[in-house]
Design a protein around this ligand. Structure first.
Ligand SMILES: [Zn+2]
Length: 171
């Protein structure tokens, strides 16, 4: 039985039917949700935050099969991992982990936003991301709207506006 819900409307989440005890919420359900969430989160989210969203939407309707514990974790988490593996292997997302405050944090990033990975996983590195001014050829901070705005030595060339990004997402 296929159902739809409105991500922006928690009432519609609650209207979804609970699967039968031996049915599981499909990997495709998590895949679709992840792509929508990434799109709305400007291309990246931490794995923990995504799991929290899954739990908010599907937690109340998890079946017995979804909740059964396999190797110390509920089955639905395995299915979420599987949906991420599928999206990784088809090149749609990347996952990256790093240590933050002694804790391992995993981020999920849309490949079309892959330049965010360095920024997401290492704040200090963001300052090192540069673009080259097409007029004076000097390396400029990414955030500059004109050459010389954020760092000295610029030629005042106004950078062209960034192209809108189009994510090709499965339905
Ligand atoms: Zn310049």
């Amino acid at each position: 039985m296929n159902e739809t819900y409105d991500l922006a409307d928690p009432m519609s989440w609650r209207k979804m039917h609970k699967p039968k005890p031996d049915q599981e919420i499909s990997a495709a359900s998590y895949k679709e949700l992840l792509l929508r969430v990434l799109d709305e989160h400007r291309g990246w989210i931490s794995n923990d935050d995504f799991l929290a969203i899954v739990q908010k939407i599907f937690g109340p309707i998890f079946s017995r099969a979804d909740k059964r514990i396999i190797r110390g974790r509920p089955k639905w988490m395995n299915t979420v991992d599987w949906s991420k593996a599928v999206l990784s292997s088809t090149g749609i997302i990347h996952t990256r982990s790093h240590q933050r405050d002694g804790k391992r944090v995993t981020y999920i990033v849309l490949r079309s936003h892959a330049e965010l990975i360095g920024w997401v996983t290492n704040k200090k590195q963001s300052a090192r991301f540069k673009k080259v001014c097409s007029k004076c050829k000097s390396k400029r901070p990414l955030s500059e709207t004109f050459c010389g705005e954020g760092a000295k030595g610029g030629c005042n060339y106004v950078f062209p506006q960034k192209k809108e990004r189009v994510d090709k997402l499965p339905r």
